[in-house]
Design a protein around this ligand. Structure first.
Ligand code: SN0
Ligand code: CP
Length: 318
């Protein structure tokens, strides 16, 4: 595998899951694979789980790691070609990216949607420049439209906890004070659609996601109806996608917060969230602290999804 930006890049998903569970049995069995190889992790946005789990995964494979927080320490970067650089940006991405490629063998990039230009976001303008100009394999650590390492970990977790072959998985929107990217819900939907699970998306009107990601999922505007009989509840906030409200918060309706009453409608469902989570906005304290909350094992599986992806990229370098 050269680059990893979406579920399709993994190829056979069932085979990738087998590799992930093999790694989980003994995460140090491939510790020679990454010897003398360096992973560069580039963050344009904050991170806890991705930063820690991806470094740990690289170390499990014997890799060296370098972490760059672009907005803390590096030169402020210009991303637009043709701009006269007489302002506060000292370096252009078109130099910085090939330079970064000189110092590493694999690059991970986190660059959220900026909500300034929908086309730039949905054409993955930043991530694709790393793919085009770095000369190295590139993987997404959450880009503008997807978060594949998270979604892979989410799928691993559902496979571990499911009680039936085809569980009912419900992704529900929940309120948040900020305009959050559609990357996590887009990606979760894309990965759920790649399985044979029963998958339902529920959100208020106006929060419809890009149909490219919704695919054949059922969309239900009545959250309580959607939650009936659910085996997994995946909560997440996202800003509006559809024009003219792209990138906007158009609703903060706290009746969409996931609470014990909502969870009582389900089939004793497990509660999932990618974290970080705004308690008592997305989900109540009682629900996220309940025995049915699997947000910590879900986060722990980020090491496994990252290690599986890095292993496949390193195998492609041989
Ligand atoms: C893995 C999730 C990363 C990001 N989350 C946030 O930016 C939350 C920020 C906040 O709650 O202040 C998102 O929603 O895409
Ligand atoms: N879920 C996730 O990617 O968390 P961070 O933003 O903390 O990396």
């Amino acid at each position: 595998m050269r680059n990893f930006t979406c579920v399709q890049d993994l190829g056979d998903l069932q085979q990738a899951l087998k590799e992930a569970f093999e790694i989980k049995k003994d995460r140090f069995q491939f510790s020679e694979l990454g010897k003398n190889k360096t992973l560069l992790m580039v963050f344009f946005n904050s991170s806890l789980r991705t930063r820690l789990s991806t470094q740990k995964a690289a170390m499990n494979l014997g890799m060296n790691t370098i972490v760059l927080d672009v907005n803390q320490g590096a030169w402020k970067l210009e991303t637009e070609r043709g701009v006269i650089m007489d302002g506060d940006k000292s370096e252009h991405l078109l130099e910085a990216i090939p330079v970064m490629g000189c110092y590493c063998d694999v690059i991970g990039v986190r660059s959220f949607a900026r909500f300034e230009n929908k086309a730039d976001d949905y054409n993955e303008k930043i991530l694709n420049q790393f793919i085009q100009y770095s000369g190295r394999p590139v993987f997404s650590m959450e880009a503008a439209t997807r978060h594949p390492l998270q979604s892979f970990a989410d799928l691993i977790t559902i496979e571990e906890y499911k009680k039936t072959a085809r569980p009912k998985v419900v992704m529900t929107w929940a309120p948040h004070p900020k305009a959050l990217p559609q990357a996590v819900p887009n990606s979760f939907a894309e990965w759920m659609n790649a399985t044979d699970y029963e998958f339902v998306i529920t959100h208020p009107e106006g929060y419809e996601l890009d149909p490219k990601f919704v695919g054949h999922a059922k969309v239900e505007y009545d959250q309580k109806k959607a939650l009936e009989g659910a085996d997994f509840v995946y909560a997440k906030n996202w800003a509006a996608y559809q024009d003219p409200n792209y990138g906007k918060v158009i609703n903060m309706d706290r009746s969409w917060t996931v609470d014990t009453e909502k969870m009582a409608l389900t089939n004793n469902a497990y509660f999932m969230h990618c974290l970080p989570v705004r308690r008592n906005m997305i989900v109540t304290d009682d629900v996220i602290e309940s025995p049915q909350s699997i947000v910590i094992p879900e986060a722990a599986n980020r090491e496994i999804s990252a290690q599986t992806v890095l292993k496949k990229i390193l195998e492609g370098l041989k």
